[in-house]
Design a binder for this molecule. Sequence first.
Ligand code: UDP
Length: 471
Amino acid sequence: MDTKAKQSHIFLFPYMAPGHMIPTIAMAKLFASRGIKTTLISTPQNIAFFFKTIERSKDSGFEIGVLLLKFPSVEVGLPEGCECGHMVETLEELQKFLKATSLLDQQLEKLLEEHQPNCLVADNCFPWTTDLAAKFGIPRLVFHGINFISLCISWHLINMDFSALLKSDSEPLVIPDLPDEIKLAGTQIPNFLKQETELRKFLESTAETERRSYGVIVNSFYELEPAYADHYRKFLGIKAWHIGPTFLYNKDTYVSLDEHECLKWLNSKTPNSVVYVSFGSVIKFDDAQLLEIALGLEASGQQFIWVVKKEKSDEENKEDWLPEGFEKRVEGRGLVIRGWAPQVPILEHQAVGGFATHCGWNSVIEAVSAGVPMATWPAFSDQFYNEKLVTQILGIGIGVGVQKWERFGGEKVGKRNIEKVVTQIMVGEKAKEMTSRAKRLEEMGFEEGGSSYKDLNDLIQELGLYSTAPN
Ligand code: UDP
């Protein structure tokens, strides 16, 4: 051991979207809690959005440094200031956004040169960072922010010639070699994967650089998906450490939200009597779909909190997505939150007994940790794979039946279906069974001495990271 070693320093470089920033900030805290210096690399707007979370970590004694990069949106043809993933509206814009991220290489190189960190934890979306880290002789670890089952399915999809196996889009495709029979409809696989497209090439390069990187950090815990953790490491041979659920390290962030109006509202409700409805930070349903959700929730008779990514209109009756008189009719029974909701405290509130979700991995692991069953409504990305974990493997959810991969939740789900599935996760024998299974999983989460705790220790040890300078 080098006794002259000083405190180690890690750079964390997340993709610029809440679903990636949130677990990365938590991970930064996790490393900081072990006495390792951590620095978050991002752009001004992304840091501004999470400024309070980062500041609050200082109050809990965990110093997270920040270094800023200028995002070249205009250079790639995006509007000025478009530097957050959730601002991107089409696949064409997504391609430009990814191009812009690759143009950050020189700025990152300068920072690496200046600060000489011991390790670079960079998002899966930045394949070029593997070679950049190698240039400085430091390990690059990949962070996807997703789980083992999604990593396994994605790996097989990108590496198999499924176009030969997929006779038609309506036929299900069985993903080979997995621990369970996982079937995906052809339509649940994005079209850009089925041909030699720019996005497919990009994914191939992320897979290739992942293989050449030092290893992968996974935001999950072993007990949740042991067969897939083993498959990923042993069958696919990829080095990985699971350290999740990372959000548990952001818990102090939510303390000041205790006074949020919706939490007070929940205090007045009986246990497991409210369904929480929210679709993450990226999906924006159109007005017609929002209207169906409103009608479905109303018809279900269930109490609910529904988060809609829209601001309240100034003019009366301007909200075409709400049925006339909706909020009056459901007063006391349902609450509509416009904008950003304190999701973790809501899910953990004892009054919440179900969650209608798009199956973003952060949302799913937050629900699992709160012991809440789910109505699953995936749209894109890893969401269909997470749905399989929730409904087929863990048995803690029921799908609304979405069959089509659409980046912004394009497949319409009718009000009757919404009413049916929301009711099924809240009422009856099946709901009770799912809730008790979910509660059992809740008890398995992160704890000192648990598998994620141990994996983090192993990772720190293997990387030879020092917490403080020896005297
Ligand atoms: N989130 C929140 N309030 C909101 C919407 C989202 O706190 O109103 C948080 C949620 O708790 C989760 C993250 O944002 O941690 C969303 O990540 P996820 O992977 O579920 O979905 P994405 O936004 O990436 O599609």
